[in-house]
Each structure stands twice: as structure tokens, then as C-alpha cells.
Design a protein around this ligand. Sequence first.
Ligand code: PRX
Length: 585
Amino acid sequence: MEWDRIRKRPDAGAGANLADYDAYAKTFSWEQARALLDGLPGGGLNIASEAVERHVKAGRGDKLALRWIGRDDRIRDFTYATLDAAVNRFANALAQRGIAKGDRIFSLLGRVPELYFAALGTLKNGSVFSPLFSAFGPEPIKARMSIGDARALITTEAFYRRKIEPWRKELAGLKYVFLIECSASLPPDTIDLAAAMAQASDSFETVRTVPEDMALLHFTSGTTGKPKGAVHVHEAVVAHNITGKLVLDLHADDIFWCTADPGWITGTSYGIISPLANGATMIVDQAEFDAERWYRILHDQKVTIWYTAPTAIRMLMKAGADVAKRFDLSNLRLMASVGEPLNPEAVIWGVEAFGKPFHDNWWQTETGGIMISNFLAMDVKPGSMGRPLPGITAGIVEHREGSEVREMTKPMVMGELALRPGWPSMMRAYLNEEARYKKSFVGGWYLTGDLAMRDSDGYYWFVGRADDVIKSSGHLIGPFEVESALMEHKAVAEAGVIGIPEPTAGEVVKAYVALKDGFEPSEALRKELLGHARQRLGPAVAPKDIAFRQNLPKTRSGKIMRRLLKARELGLPEGDISTLESEER
Ligand code: PRX
């Protein structure tokens, strides 16, 4: 097999939604993509209505929409009609309490059926849905709910007691807390969601939203400052729908499994909206990763399209191709990956284990949907993210602080990956952070913060982040958030946080800590700080390792030079250190 190119599969074009990339890209328009949806009377558009209700109205109500597999293998099936009924009950439970259009509804849930009712019911009610990752600790949760001005929260009683109740009073706007998995003695000021849904009607008239109404609030992290709330509008469903067709090749008879957690944007755009908008059947597994279990699900559920992430693929590789070969996975016709760099070896391992490559694709919270992909009907280049979605113009640009951007057209020149703005699922704002939002757009480009190259065939190659943001197991972690939590400990004077390469997770979080006078480095203190961070941030965000330093390298203006910490940790060249404080040199 050629290592640099896996030729388009002979069967790939037959019946594919995108059979000829170049021809399709020439004729594509977003207007055509919009016309694939039903809309609401008078130019309205609502994500939940496109995802569920329209299939019911069109007589497809009996089609299986969602098959939920519990941790204990219990199965709950929802047809489009029964899902719509549950979504309506949820929407009514909100509306009855005066929760209205534009109100922000947060979820802190694992992959349970109620999460899907909440996401879609919130949207149907015209409210804004903001999912939180259930492995977050109290601090990331509180930060996001305050920025987002949460009016309601859906969570479990256990999460509530541990992660919310201690600080709830500080969030005056948080009026309603709906609980699942709750005991007979509910905590004060909470509502049993099951009871609320049981007494609500299962019919609901979709609140009329227009394409530019805010629908989703997804938090992401930058290098500095608080998390950023990327605002997405109902029009995003145009992109969710079309990328489902063009990239994931979704057809109505597909059985689709997106393994992402709906606490992150992949789990919402592609773990809820895209497959449903396309009328497919989606599989949701409540359990955490387990190689045998995953193969069993692929086999038993006859999954046809599988959207997963590099960390998971690397864990499957560890278990060995032989495990995959024990299962008949002949129904599987497309495997796609996103979220972090996918090693070329992983793409090729796909061929060994499954008889087909993983198709890597690229996007971010801000883009709302897939932007670059190795399409099914295209040669796959292992290690490359692929080519831009029809309708998207990408470029490699040079951008220096304060200057305009310059596009670099020569092949394989490294620069910042940039996109021409204007697609439907583009973020419309960072909530209440106009300046930060504006900074992302320079010279008619949206700057992604990623470094990349483009080859002479137009394929994009990821090089790294242009900033200090960390990607661990596909989850974006802002170093500032981790540093802030460490600084809250009485012994910590300063903290610098970086990502250290790790073969499975891609990167793991490491912190460097300078102690206040009167505190001495010790193993006991290191453990205490690790525990402190874990308790506040949760296991997904907290550092895996902490090292003590007497001084941290800083710029003359006092900013910790994380880049230098990283270069020193990895024994790499220190690069330009002209701004380093003199005593640090
Ligand atoms: O750095 C890129 C990396 O993940 C970032 C986006 O993360 P997030 O906002 O959490 O979006 C999740 C939805 C995908 C990007 O800026 N990234 C994403 N896909 C790839 C990738 N890095 C390399 N290869 C990819 N295919």
C-alpha cells in the first residue's frame, strides 16, 4: 500500500452524496443547502424542528431516531415520533415555568436520554442550549454558567450536590434546577425532571425562531482570560445538515455512531443535530471507552458510519487489529475522525483492522461544523486533514501582531490556517466579548489559531496550535483556567501550565508552580496541589503532573512564557527569547 495516499475506494463514489468533489464544489451554493430544510412559516428556522419534527410531519415518525445503550446494556429506543413527544414534554416543562426565547439552559449530564430531550426541547422552546462536560469540576462549571447567565440547569442529583449546590446562591439568575436520578428527598429549590415531564403535554408548538436567533452556546478556551462562549444561531443547522451529507455521507438508512460527548460541540453538532436532520438512526452509548464493547456495538448495531476521535483510535490500536477482526464489521462503510491530529499510522491501521481508512476532518467550536475533510469520494492522504468543504474558502496566511494578513499560496509553506467568513454555522459572537471576537477577524479572514500547510493538491496538513491552548484526549483546555485554580491555593505564588506530548491522549496537562515564601517543595505538597486542582477543575482539566520551580520564565511585562517552559521541558530550541526578563536568562 502507498503510504502517502490511499486511493479512493472503487465503491466510494457509487451512491455517495458527494461523488465528485471538484464538480460539486464548483456548483455548490449555501442557498441550495438552505433549500434542503423545511423552515418555519414566514422565513423562520428552528434546529429542533428540522432535526425531529419535520420527519414526523412527513410521515417518518416510526423511523428509529435514537437507540440508547445503557452502561448495563439496557436498550431504550426512540422513534422520531416518540423522541418528538419527549422533546415536547421537556419544552412544555420549560414554557410552563416562564422560561422563554433567548433564556440560557445548561446541561451537566452524561450520555443519558434526558440530555437529548433537553437539547432539542430547549431549542424548540426558542431558548439557548449550553451543554457542559460532566467531568468538569465546580470551577469550570461556575465560570461558564456565570458568563452564560444560566436561567435553568438540568443535571443529576449527585452532580448537583457535589458540584453546584455549594455555590448556587452566587448565581442569582439561576432560577430552575431540574434533576434526574434523584431521591425521594429532593434538595431545596430543585425540580424532579421526570415528574415535571410526566405532567406536561406531549404536544408543543415550536416557538418561532429566525435563522439569526441564538440557539447554542458552546464554551471554548483561549490562551488567556476566561472561557469564551461561542454563540451559534439556528441557521447553523444548514451546515450541520449539509456536512452530514457531504462529509459523513449520511443517508436516511444509515446507522450512525458519533462517540463524542455532547458536553463538547462535536457531540451536539454531530452527536445530535446532523444525524437527526438527515433522518438517520443514531446510536448513543452511555458507557466510557472499552475496546471490546465498542467493537460489539459496531457489530451488534450494524453501524454504517462511525465518527470518532484520535485518542479513541489510538486506544483501539493498543488493543490490536486482531480484536477488530474477531467481529464482522462489514456494515461499516465510513469511518471519520476529528478533534486532534490523527497520526498517519492510525489512518493506515484502519485499513489493516477494518479494510478502510479513517477519514480525518478538521473544524473548531467557532466554525460550528466540519470545514476541511478527507471526503469519501477522494483519495485519503494519511496525516492530512483533507480539503475544504464545498462553499468554504480556506487559506494559509501570515499574520503578525498588529499587521494585516498575507496569504501564502506556495505549497507546503507553514502559516496560520484561515477561513473566509460567512458560512451558516460560523460563530456570531463570543458572548459579551466583542473585542476578543473582533480579534479573530483580520483582513477579511477568520484566523483559526492553528498552524498548517497546504500541498499542491489542495490538502491541508496540521502543524500545531499558534497559541498555548492544550488538547488532551480531544478536549480543549485553557492554561489560564488551570493556572487560576492553582493560584487559589495558599502555597502558590505563580503557575505556568503547558501541554506535554503523550502517545494516547495527544497531550497531557502539566503545571509548573512557584511557591510563596514560607512554603517548601515536597512530595506531600505536590500531591496536595494535584488534589486541589482535581477537586476544583475535575479530572478532565486538572494537571496530571506538577513541578516546582523557584522562578518561572516571564516576559518583561510579567507574562509567563509558557512556550519557553515547554521548550525547556522537551529539550527543544528556546526560540526568540528577546522579551524574556533579564534575570531569567
Ligand atoms: O487545534 C485544532 C484541533 O482542535 C481545535 C478545535 O477544538 P474544539 O474547538 O474543541 O473543536 C472541537 C470540534 C472538532 C482545532 O483548532 N483539531 C480539530 N480537528 C483536528 C485538529 N487538529 C488536527 N487535526 C484535526 N483533524
